[in-house]
Ligand binder design. Structure first.
Ligand code: UFG
Length: 328
């Protein structure tokens, strides 16, 4: 299939692009490079540097490359920032997304895979979280993603669009070519590995008084390649129907302390740790039930072991000590 990947120069988008190419699809990455990295896009993919708000370029790109499906990953995704700057999140995640849907309508592209998030659920009422559970986001990031999901339902109804909305839990890990390189970095695993490498003085645990097995927050970490595979599988339903799927590894998840301990074992290095205050908006536990995508699409995570996930992130960090810096 000829697939447009918005945000394809970002962390997860670059891995989705790699997997598309591996499977023999054609990939056109559409990215403004406002956060993405040109060097993250593999050579075999085509690349268009443009913004989603630029409707004319968007439409021309869909037409020129005869795009058959869109994987829409371009977004802002920091919970804390979204509370401080809701306008940015509504504009970049909601308004820009609607612009994409307009361009798709005008060019008769009817297949969409959308990057959604566990943040659509808010403070969960039970674990593991299922797709039918209540959605009550506690921040503008989750609200903006949920608002777009809701728009998709009505666009399907009126315009015949089919979509797969994938609610990611905690993406982590790397491939040989693509890894996590954010500025600033806020995600736990790269922060822990930076502390191991000595490029950061220590890791601060955001609260150790949660009602969990060791007092620190528990999350469901999923390898970025397993996440990417779910996007490719989801393309298969889009001729017929739409769906919402959770994506995590399930089980008991891992606490912040367990992540730090696993990173010590993987790296063999000392990781200085401090304990700080809770980070506003962090639920104690977020674990996915991914039974729906397993039973409907046959998806299975291949790399559930946290140490395997951390090992891949560590290998990438060692090969790219400055991330993508200087590699355009
Ligand atoms: N944490 C620390 N110290 C740090 C960084 C993180 O203790 O320096 C803790 C957080 O409090 C949290 C856990 O580590 O309990 C994971 O934090 P991340 O920032 O890595 O990930 P989040 O669970 O906060 O967020 C991720 C995505 C969001 C998405 C959310 C949904 O980044 O976009 O998962 O589950 F909304």
């Amino acid at each position: 299939m000829r697939v447009l990947v918005t945000g394809g120069a970002g962390y997860i988008g670059s891995v989705v692009t790699e997997e598309l190419i591996k499977d023999g699809h054609e990939a056109v990455v559409y990215d403004s490079l406002y956060k993405g990295h040109r060097a993250a896009v593999i050579e075999e993919a085509k690349f268009v540097e443009a913004d989603l708000m630029d409707g004319a370029t968007l439409k021309a790109t869909l037409e020129e490359h005869a795009i058959e499906a869109v994987i829409h990953m371009a977004a802002d995704s920091l919970v804390g920032e979204s509370v401080e700057q809701p306008a940015k999140y509504y504009r970049n995640n909601m308004v820009a997304g609607l612009n994409l849907l307009d361009a798709m309508r005008e060019t008769s592209v009817t297949r969409l895979v959308f990057s959604s998030t566990a943040a659509t659920y808010g403070e969960p009422l039970k674990q593991p979280i299922e797709e039918t559970d209540a959605t009550a986001p506690t921040n503008p990031y989750g609200e903006s993603k949920l608002a777009f999901e809701r728009a998709l339902k009505w666009y399907e109804n009126a315009y015949g669009l089919h979509y797969a909305s994938l609610r990611y839990f905690n993406a982590a890990g790397a491939t040989e070519h693509c890894g996590e390189s954010h500025d600033p970095e806020t995600h736990l695993i790269p922060i822990v590995l930076e502390a191991a490498a000595g490029t950061r003085s220590s890791v601060t645990i955001y609260g150790d008084d949660y009602p969990t097995r060791d007092g620190t927050c528990v999350r469901d970490y999923i390898h970025v390649v397993d996440l990417a595979r779910a996007h490719i599988l989801s393309l298969n339903i889009l001729d017929e129907r739409s769906a919402i799927y959770n994506l995590g590894c399930g089980g008991d998840g891992y606490s912040v302390r367990e992540v730090i301990e696993a990173a010590r074992e993987v790296t063999g290095l000392n990781i200085p740790v401090e304990t700080g205050a809770r980070r506003p908006g962090d639920p104690a536990v977020l674990i996915a039930s991914s039974d729906k995508i397993k039973s409907e699409l046959g998806w299975q995570p291949a790399m559930q072991d946290l140490k395997v996930i951390i090992q891949s992130a560590w290998a990438w960090m060692q090969a790219h000590p400055k991330g993508y810096e200087g590699k355009r």
